[in-house]
Design a protein around this ligand. Sequence first.
Ligand code: F0G
Length: 470
Amino acid sequence: MTHPNPKTMGQQFGRRSWAEPWKIKMVEPLRVITRAERERALQDAGYNTFLLKSDDVYIDLLTDSGTNAMSDRQWAGMMLGDEAYAGSRNFYHLEDAMRKYYGYKHLVPTHQGRGAEHILSKVAIKDGQYVGGNMYFTTTRLHQELAGGTFVDVIIDEAHDPANLHPFKGNVDLNKVQKLIDEVGAQNIAYISLAATVNMAGGQPVSMANARALRELCSQHGIRVFLDATRAVENAFFIQEREADYQNKSLAEILHEFCSYTDGATMSAKKDSLANIGGWLALNDDVLFEEASNMVVVYEGLHTYGGMAGRDMEALAIGIVESVQDDHMRARIGQVRYLGELLTDWEIPIVRPVGGHAIFLDARAFYPHIPQDDFPAQTLAAELYLDSGIRSMERGIVSAGRNAKTGDHNRPKLELTRLTIPRRVYTQAHMDVVAESVKAVYDQRAKTRGLKMVFEPKYLRFFQARFERL
Ligand code: F0G
């Protein structure tokens, strides 16, 4: 499959090159500490990049979550915060934006994505039920399990292969959904959890045709579909680029249609929506909404703020509008691809096709001599920090946690280190520096040994686990 080369992407529009549709008004200084200081910082952090101090980091590619640069409009919106406990004007702006662009009926605000996942899991899963999903996400699956559900992966097999060039590697395998229905019965399936894009697969998209077909299958059996809309606008970009009949549709139109095949959504607004905090749960069903808006007052805050300040809801409402602009998304994904192209040119193993929010280094191929139980992706994240102060994140065996029943490690096929690109934050020169550091670590790969885990928390262990060098 061929993709437009990001370095020459603008040429098709009759220009020599392309650039971001914004300029920079305010800057934040960066600092690089010495290698000796990095060695100490890494040891203090137990070789876990989540435990590093941000001041000790040079280019921070830990996550695209809450790390976005807001626009001048969003900052202006912050000054219009209506900090009322109840009925804040900013809530209604957010509700309008969600209804207009995502198209759902009811909005339940939450402090961030996992707040919405918690509430959805509690209201929509009965103890002992199954939840099908196109690959797990850490917090999503944990909330499903804590609510008594059992997660079943129903993503297409291609998603588990870092080198497979399927254009919609996030697609649901409908045969796997059918098999689940046949095995456990539709009444024992709480819902299908559809993520677009699929973070753990490499930011891989779901096609419109797949979402539509999933809707049809689930409707035949009375099963609901809930979308993880965290990066659904990025997903819309891939539909526009790769799916017949969508080339001339706007991202906003594509997003709206995509959401229409689902019954509601959870949202981490810290990603697509260009905000630093926030989230929501959207529901079409009146009864579920009643229950969810009752539960939100227990866990998050009143149903017109859900843990967010008025100003944050305003920034988020504006961010939604900015996120669906086609030129914004072209630059956002163009930058991720630029980094991907540099690494591919140097034959460094990454997940391909390059997805929406990050480059995922294939740590198995990077360190074929390090067994998965010695944490190759965690090792790679540590080595990269040591080389240059660049912070990345493990997305492999540590993130996958343990099997809830057997207690053994879950051993995912994908053992990845994620270089996550915050939106509107870093420049092309930063991407060059990142690529050069990855290359330097790659050139020393034969000398690198793995890690052992010396502290393991019970839940979401990747956040706080500690390691030592072998
Ligand atoms: N769903 C997806 C697909 C996510 O990527 C995240 C967060 C969440 C839900 C949870 O949202 O953090 O607002 O509670 N992902 C971040 C990441 C943490 O780095 O990928 P949250």
